[in-house]
Design a protein around this ligand. Structure first.
Ligand code: SF4
Length: 285
């Protein structure tokens, strides 16, 4: 066997085993997973615990999200500096890419001039309405945006985003909402401390302990193998669901009213000749 063949074998083995340059066998943490709120989930992900395959409906939703991520930055092309800007942080093993980076020039605002991370989220109508009513972005999305801002700071050094903006799009109506996310590094400190501890645990072959269940355990890909999540889901079932009935009723009622307002009025709806003639009493003898 030639030296080149031996080297090729080593390269292929290392890539298939997920071994990095530093000899690390762990995967990387995705900002979206970190902001999900469960370090048990993150630990399983970087340990490359297999997940069940997504069903086709979810795949289509994800596909539609990807298409939107291509389309939406075109709307602010004048301010766009980069799309899908990647960063890696070896210390915390966080790897991600922010959807877009924009630059606000001094000619538009002397006070706000600088770079900003833009995080694009598409949402179902119900989710979009909830965010609109709350008048603020979801906490996990804010956290995700902060992680991107932090990551770009640490990786590029000279690119120092002043903060972030979250762009929500309603998947049905294509309405959109924007929220500023002020960059406060201190807000990430407790989370980064937890990541450090979690990495130390998994390197010693332990999953993080004391993880509290999160409200979305029932949608978690690891629910089938997670005792913490299963107990939480069973408990919620016993308590009769997470969303109080009156909150659910309010959301449904508001959606009905909104739909009614959007429906064309029957008085002005186009009518056939037959309907018009009967309305005006033009019926034949
Ligand atoms: S089921 Fe819940 S507690 Fe378990 S890994 Fe998933 S999110 Fe975390």
């Amino acid at each position: 066997m030639s030296a080149a063949t031996i080297l090729k074998k080593a390269i292929e083995n290392s890539l298939s085993a997920g071994i990095t340059r530093t000899g690390e066998t762990l995967g990387y943490i995705r900002p979206s997973s970190l902001s999900w709120g469960c370090l048990l989930y993150v630990a399983r992900e970087i340990l490359k615990t297999p997940k069940p395959e997504l069903d086709n409906r979810v795949k289509r939703i994800l596909d539609s999200g990807i298409t939107s991520h291509d389309r939406i930055p075109k709307y602010f092309a004048d301010l766009l500096v980069a799309r899908e800007l990647a960063f890696v942080d070896e210390e915390y093993r966080i790897r991600g890419q922010c959807d877009a980076l924009i630059y606000i020039p001094p000619s538009l605002s002397a006070e706000k001039t600088g770079f900003y991370v833009v995080e694009i989220k598409t949402a179902s109508e119900l989710e979009y309405d909830r965010i609109k009513q709350a008048g603020q972005p979801r906490e996990d999305h804010t956290l995700q945006c902060l992680i991107y801002t932090w990551g770009i700071h640490r990786y590029y050094h000279v690119l120092t985003p002043r903060g972030g903006i979250i762009y929500y799009e309603n998947r049905n109506t294509l309405e959109y909402l924007l929220f500023d996310v002020e960059y406060e590094e201190a807000r990430l400190s407790p989370l980064l401390d937890q990541v450090e501890q979690m990495l130390a645990d998994v390197r010693q072959g332990r999953l993080p302990e004391h993880q509290q269940p999160v409200e979305h355990c029932s949608y978690c890909a690891y629910l089938d193998i997670c005792d913490v999540g299963q107990q939480a889901v069973a408990q919620r079932k016993r308590e009769g669901g997470a969303l109080p009935d009156r909150v659910l009723a309010k959301i449904i009622a508001e959606r009905i009213v909104k739909k009614k307002k959007l429906e064309p009025s029957k008085r002005h709806a186009p009518r056939s000749l037959e309907e018009l003639s009967s309305h005006f009493g033009w019926g034949g003898e």
